[in-house]
Design a protein around this ligand. Structure first.
Ligand SMILES: Cc1cc2nc3c(=O)[nH]c(=O)nc-3n(C[C@H](O)[C@H](O)[C@H](O)COP(=O)(O)OP(=O)(O)OC[C@H]3O[C@@H](n4cnc5c(N)ncnc54)[C@H](O)[C@@H]3O)c2cc1C
Length: 423
């Protein structure tokens, strides 16, 4: 079922080559589409800056990673290709994070949880009772106001000294003497960043792909969903909105995302016409459940997940049923009583790499384990851990794997996180 995606690695390598060869004036057509002629000068930066930690992707995991790195006192830049922070939680509209609790106790806390809590309190919302084991897992997810959450996340970044750059994405990444040189483009902006550490929080491990490091992807992926509200008003932070499957949704590039968005919106239009109802709310983008995952130093298997394996280098818990959506829907498979899976640091580190980590749904895992690991509370836990490890590595001029685990745990605890074994 799981494919070692050599084909994709190879294509990324060629794309990398195409960029590298651009200055020499030759091009390699990597797809059947016509490629634009390469420009003679590939990259003339308007902005050049040096930071310790560069986080790419400001979604569920990324904003937490950046805030943690900033709070640890290292210079941190967060590059986000969209218009706001929060990713699937805000732009995707899945404003329903879970699961912060398991079997009657809170198991994920820290920076992401504090933000969720603050947004619920400021919005006069309510919390589930984590002391109670619910009949259905989703009963302990938290309704948040997606709009408020995105603003609060920006405020937290500012307080932590994190610089945010919207509408930008990396075009090329190369190794430098003590880290990386990352060329980013946005409209009207060319930015060259020199950094010691990269945290790839793009959802689909796009930076790892740019570097040609191995990634995994299924031929058939879980459907995406487009979120909207029909017939009655959306009451943010109080109700779930309607969602419609977008089969074949693929977050790989701007063309595939465009296709998913067009397909999703067209289906919603059909639904409105069929039901003759008013459109009251529409998210700007498809929510993607699955794309690339990294092949990390450790790969979490569904057996590890189902058995609640306590990894030696565990950095946070995760908790959710195995939850694979297919063409015919989803039948969540709850974890057995008492089981609480853990996430190892090594699953955030691309195999054989130095100075780059990932956090979020692209964590190194097999497909079924990933269907449970990908949820928002776990992504936030991973984000905070990656932020801590990258910040400590930057300070010590080393790579995250060489930072003593105890230092990572201590820093995480200082910022409210729960380390497996603590509860
Ligand atoms: C429809 C749907 C329903 C779900 N239901 C639930 C649920 O009920 N509860 C739950 O907890 N979880 C749920 N999930 C899962 C969860 O929301 C996601 O798996 C999780 O939010 C992913 O977090 P992430 O940080 O990995 O990615 P994202 O939150 O998607 O963030 C990735 C960010 O990176 C940015 N980015 C991407 N590429 C680049 C680039 N090249 N350069 C710069 N920026 C880039 C994106 O714009 C985005 O902001 C659901 C997911 C979907 C799609």
């Amino acid at each position: 079922m799981m494919n070692d995606d050599k084909k994709h690695s190879r294509r990324n390598f060629l794309q990398h080559t195409l960029l590298g060869g651009a200055g020499l004036g030759f091009g390699v057509a990597t797809t059947s589409e016509v490629q634009a002629a390469p420009t003679p000068d590939a990259f003339t930066a308007e902005i050049e800056q040096t930071v310790d930690v560069l986080v790419i992707g400001g979604g569920t995991a990324g904003h937490v990673a950046a805030i943690q790195a900033g709070l640890a006192g290292v210079k941190t830049l967060l590059i986000e290709r969209g218009a706001q922070l929060g990713g699937a939680m805000t732009t995707g509209g899945v404003a329903f994070p879970g699961l912060f609790d398991a079997w009657g106790k809170q198991i994920i806390a820290g920076i992401g949880w504090e933000l969720v809590k603050e947004s619920v309190e400021l919005d006069s919302g309510t919390f589930p009772n984590f002391a109670k084991v619910p009949q259905h897992h989703w009963q302990n997810q938290v309704f948040i106001n997606q709009f408020l959450y995105a603003i609060l996340a920006e405020e937290k970044c500012e307080k932590a000294g994190v610089q945010i750059a919207y509408y930008e994405f990396p075009q090329a990444v190369t190794k430098s003497a003590d880290g990386w040189q990352v060329d980013c483009i946005g409209f009207g902006t060319k930015r060259r960043v020199t950094c010691k550490q990269i945290i790839d929080c793009t959802g689909g491990a796009e930076v790892v792909g740019l570097l040609g490091l191995p990634r995994l992807r299924e031929d058939e992926r879980q459907p995406g969903s487009f979120l909207y509200m029909m017939g009655k008003a959306h009451d943010p932070g109080r109700n779930q909105i309607h969602r419609l499957y977008v089969h074949g949704a693929d977050s790989t590039n701007s063309r595939t995302v465009t296709t998913a968005n067009l397909t999703g919106r067209k289906s919603i239009l059909e639904e409105l016409r069929k039901k003759n109802q008013r459109l009251m709310h529409l998210q700007p983008e498809t929510g993607f459940r699955e794309s690339f995952r990294i092949e990390g130093e450790t790969l979490i298997t569904v057996n590890d997940y189902r058995s609640g394996k306590k990894f030696d280098d565990a950095i946070c818990y995760a908790f959710y049923p195995v939850d694979l959506h297919t063409k015919s829907g989803v039948k969540p498979e709850p974890l057995k009583p008492g089981i609480i899976p853990t996430i190892p640091l090594r699953a955030l580190i691309p195999k054989g790499s130095r100075n780059i980590m990932v956090a979020g749904r692209c964590v190194s895992s097999d497909r079924l384990a990933n269907s449970g690991l990908r949820v928002q509370a776990s992504c936030m836990g991973m984000g905070q851990a990656a932020g801590a490890a990258a910040a400590l590595a930057a300070k010590a001029n080393t790579t995250p794997l060489d930072v003593p685990l105890k230092e990572i745990h201590d820093l995480l605890r200082t910022h409210g996180a729960i380390i497996p074994g603590d509860v």
